[in-house]
Design a protein around this ligand. Sequence first.
Ligand code: HAM
Length: 431
Amino acid sequence: MSIPIAPGVFDILPGEAKELWRSTHLWIYLESIIRKIAAEYAFQEIRTPLFERVELFKRGVGESSDIVSKEMYEFEDKGGRAMSLRPEGTAPVMRAFIENRLDQAAPLQKLFYIGPMFRYERSQAGRYRQHHQFGAEVIGSSAAEQDAECIDLLYTLYNRLGLSHLSVQINSIGDTASRSAFRSALVDYFRRYAGSLSEDSKTRLEQNPLRILDSKDPEDKKIAQGAPNIFDFLNEECRAHFQAVQTLLKQLKIPFEVNPLLVRGLDYYNQTVFEVTAGELGAQNSLAGGGRYDGLLKTLSGPDLPAIGFGTGLERIIQTMLKQQVPLPKPFAPEIFLIAMGEEAKLACFSLLHQLRSCGIPSQMDFSQRKLGKVMQYAHQIGAAHVIVMGENELKTETVEVKRMDTGEKSAYPLAELALRLQQQLQLVKL
Ligand code: HAM
């Protein structure tokens, strides 16, 4: 009996996968654009392990958050240590920052990562147990420009990918003092409706009442409409910071909405928080989430430095690109497919194959020596752009014909010049 894949995860496959969003070439395309934009915005890549000590997420992300309390893949390693597959990327980057003393390398660190995150979620469309994030984290700046730069980076990425109909929502959840006053007011307010709140929100009332504000439960939503407003609790500094972020976003012509109910599900946030949603994604419509987390490094026994960042799900980006029918690349396929007829031609073709590749031309050769018709069929199946058949005649005349698979058009080339001339003529994929 064959062993099926674990629930909630998926394979990414070459060619056009049955569910198109799982096709490798789309992932490589997206990742290449991300890397290009990250470089333009002067972010540097960091890679941290896929698992960390459980304690990092408990202390960093917060025990009351869903991803830590309900969704972590926890295990004990053979040394008896409590470990977890990473449910998110911010706490691991902070751990690496502290451990490697990155603050001593430069006063401002702009870091990014691309990689899998693991959450034991109820599997449904758009929610996976292994998903992939592009995340960015900036450590060492409390400037409003830094908040705006992060949102600009995200928005520019989506724009460059051709996405439209996006909604950028921002909010400020204040600093510790303003949030604590707000929290008390929320508890007083929601207590009055405790009987009507969902079970989840009843628990949140004690642990993290702010989270009731972004509950998806219809009754909770109704009650939340009348809840106290965070803006009445922000002090002057938080207010000015949030105002400055908005002015900068307007200057960059990034459309946004202020949503006082946006609080985000992870405990480390303060001041600016934001989310980007795309209507096409349905219920799981969040493309990205992020915000400031000025106290996190200190909570993890690191230096007291301000920080801000975001994470955006690659699955959801690709799914949105497909739904919005933006122009996308084709799967990878060889430019040249070589077919040899006879032993002598086989040797010559094998050298030519190496020569073509040395000139950067993606090429493949038939080693099977099946019937010409079958081999042509295979070349077609793998999407080869051109075919060269080499036999006695081609060897004698030292000339080959390059046949375009789409139009059938043929062009003759002297064998000795073939690789160099094709290199000049073909538009080659630059990775
Ligand atoms: P998050 O909102 O939990 O934030 O996740 C960020 C993004 O990852 C979401 O907007 C969504 O696109 C994607 N995502 C999350 N869970 C899943 C899932 N189960 N299946 C598919 N996609 C998913 C964070 O993780 C923070 N670390 C972001 C951050 C970085 N804040 C500051 N710095």
